[in-house]
Ligand binder design. Sequence first.
Ligand code: 13P
Length: 252
Amino acid sequence: MSRTPFLAGNWKMYKTGAEAVSFIEAAKPLLAGVSGRQAAVAVPFTAIAEAAKAAQGSGVLIGAQNVYWEKEGAYTGEISVGMLKAAGASFVILGHSERRQFFGDTDEWVARKLQAALEGSLVPVVCVGESLAQREANETFAVLGAQLKGSLAGLTADKAATLVVAYEPVWAIGTGKTATAAQAQEVHAFLRGELRNLLGDKAAAETRILYGGSVKPDNVKSLMSEPDIDGALVGGAALKPDSFAQIVKFDV
Ligand code: 13P
């Protein structure tokens, strides 16, 4: 079993197309020759096409931060899997806590988006995470178990080959408070066990589980040294080419 480390930036609502191109041009030489891992950036919809063009041949994947499940239709403001693919995206973040918190994304919606992404060969990065109140009330595992089960509803083992899961404790996002490597590992091991229950041994062994929440160049190595942490989903520290590159090169 080997899970290629997946180091992904999530730019959230930052950067125009031109800014994305500058970032990628600056990151390329910093990442040249780095192998044995997948680098990726989820950019705003409006920057996907330019970013994908700039990233050609660099090995950096360009992705989106959300998608709608219908192929086309009267859905003002929404964007389909086919549109993302045509623009050059190869992965999509689903169910980020900011979508759940501010835009009403539910587990059921995430599950529908997941089906659409898989049907359209877009790699899905499904996010789960508990709030501080839930952690303090000892509900972490119950909350995460329910979120994972709901978000993966309808998924079968034969379709799960490209699935990526991200654990992002809400209290660690943008707060500077990282879960300790041991805290994150405890949750990742739990999530892998839940994947085993839902999808079987093979999918559990092969699915990459990323950690997100205040990942920085100086804490990524210790997180990545845990057996069930297979990558990172990085907000703030992925906005600058040098800190992004340091994160991608966590062990170099
Ligand atoms: P920060 O790295 O800024 O804490 O954001 C984490 C995140 O939400 C990545 O998806």
